[in-house]
Design a binder for this molecule. Structure first.
Ligand SMILES: [Zn+2]
Length: 106
């Protein structure tokens, strides 16, 4: 799979970025605060986990998909916690088949 970048939006409209594992179509959990930082660290993302239990609800989209889904992410651990795949059980039911207005991938 090609170079896929994803974005998440917190409830205060802050948008952060992550990378997709193109083989499994699953998000690599490490989050970046800017698209540039995400690009610079291409393929360097770590499989990090939230260890502080302060994850918040986020909306998630990925560049080539014209849709978004729901998940949770932690700003303190800079980790995507749930919603790593839009096709996983518990996530697929939250899929919205429309490009969100906040998406940086317009
Ligand atoms: Zn955390």
């Amino acid at each position: 799979m090609a170079h896929w970048t994803g974005a998440i939006k917190f409830s205060d409209d802050e948008v952060w970025y992550f990378q997709m594992n193109g083989v499994t179509d699953t998000a690599i959990p490490q989050l970046y605060k800017s698209f540039e930082e995400c690009e610079i660290n291409w393929r360097q993302g770590k499989w990090i986990e939230c260890t502080c239990n302060r994850a918040e609800p986020v909306a998630i989209t990925v560049a080539p998909l014209k849709g978004w889904w729901e998940g949770t992410a932690c700003r303190f651990c800079k980790a995507l916690v749930t919603g790593l795949s839009n096709e996983s059980p518990g996530t697929i039911d939250t899929y919205h088949n429309e490009l969100p207005s906040w998406s940086p991938f317009q």
